[in-house]
Write a protein that binds this ligand. Structure first.
Ligand SMILES: [Zn+2]
Length: 136
């Protein structure tokens, strides 16, 4: 008679390698979800404070304008992050989380822990960064 032990050993084996285990997947998912939560909440608050600002007399409001620029920069950084995190969660649904979207190699766990929403292995990321001028 077969026991569940066989399955347990399989999972243990996987844990030694670079592939993301179901347990790690769950922990990455909760990391991504809290990232998404925080970024969504911050975006909401920033938007509200931008909308609440009175838009009177621009000449006396240089300081406010700088704040506004910063808030707008934060907003676009946040929306980029939200996009990346959503894409990472979608890759999880598809079962391809942890696989480089450019070369198909397994992304090392260490890199995923540092940048959980990354779609690329370090080599492809560097290549993408170098090509940033075209991509942006
Ligand atoms: Zn790659």
């Amino acid at each position: 008679m077969r026991s569940v032990g066989a399955l347990g050993n399989l999972i243990l084996d996987a844990e030694g390698g670079n592939a993301v285990t179901p347990k790690q997947l769950l922990s990455f998912r909760s990391t991504l979800e809290s990232l998404l939560d925080a970024a969504t909440r911050e975006t909401f608050e920033r938007r509200q404070s931008l909308e609440a600002e009175p838009s009177a007399d621009a000449f006396d409001r240089v300081g406010l304008d700088i704040d506004r620029d910063l808030a707008v920069a934060d907003l676009s950084r946040n929306s980029q992050l939200i996009r990346q995190v959503r894409a990472a969660l979608a890759r999880m649904e598809e079962g391809v989380f942890g696989t480089c979207q450019a070369c198909g190699e397994t992304i090392p766990i260490k890199r995923l822990k540092a940048v959980p929403c990354t779609p690329f292995c370090i080599r492809c990321q560097e290549a993408a960064d170098r090509g940033m001028a075209n991509a942006a």
